[in-house]
Write a protein that binds this ligand. Structure first.
Ligand code: MG
Length: 231
């Protein structure tokens, strides 16, 4: 099942290569701590649009697409609110910080021949600059597009796996909210909860990693961590 880590770790998967594995990751609360950005952006929405709902009401729905959140909060004039939120998010993006150990962890998965993908409900204009900062070789980045279904639907995860040519059974999704867990379950993808993120898992209790580094001990056999011995 496994591929020696020293064999062209960056080469694309060969056609019909059933040995490939994929590590799919959520962005907010998994790769980067973006809460200070979201808090600022929501404050700006409150000021500009007279929205009284506190940030804790907004963040309860993190993981969902922005329009979905607005609908759940009963906020009208969604497009104007979205423009305000996005502009402030871009202006305060420097407040986002990558989680300690996440970049090293992702490089270890790449060295073990896993393919990396990001599946987020954050729109591409806000997601792409943040991801570029990490300098990790993400082979696919799935963001909301058009009228397609978003999390907790399974579609974004399945589309990422189509991009990567990896079976759902050979993939793991790392998320931090209940919608992430639901999306993975509906896609037939194993789920690991990021204990360093913003939300709590739901039943049935998933595997939880307390830190990015713990993903390695949970998902990579020890021999792959040593020197990529043959499997
Ligand atoms: Mg998240």
């Amino acid at each position: 099942m496994t591929v020696p880590a020293h064999e062209s770790p960056s080469a694309p998967a060969a056609p019909n290569d059933h040995r490939s594995r994929a590590l799919l990751l959520d962005l907010d609360g998994v790769l980067l701590d973006t809460r200070p950005v979201m808090r600022k952006a929501w404050q700006r929405v409150q000021e500009a649009h007279g929205v009284a709902l506190p940030f804790r009401d907004y963040e309860r729905h993190l993981g969902r697409e922005f329009g979905d959140i607005m609908q759940r909060l009963g906020v009208t004039d969604t497009e104007a609110v979205r423009r305000t939120y996005e502009a402030e998010s871009v202006a305060t993006a420097h407040l986002a910080q990558e989680f300690a150990g996440i970049v090293e962890t992702l490089h270890a998965f790449v060295a073990a021949d896993w393919r990396l993908g990001v599946v987020t409900s954050k729109h591409v204009d806000r997601a792409a600059p943040l991801l570029a900062r990490l300098g990790c070789p993400f082979a696919t980045i799935r963001t909301p597009a058009g009228a397609g279904r978003t999390k907790p639907a399974p579609d974004p995860l399945l589309l990422a796996l189509v991009d990567l040519e990896v079976d759902p059974a050979a993939a793991v999704y790392v998320g931090d909210m209940a919608v992430d867990q639901e999306s993975a379950a509906r896609a037939g993808v194993a789920y690991v909860h990021a204990g360093w993120g913003y939300g709590q898992p739901t039943a049935p209790a998933p595997e939880t990693a307390a830190s990015p580094k713990e993903l390695l001990s949970l998902l990579l056999p020890a021999r792959q961590l040593v020197e990529g011995s043959t499997g």
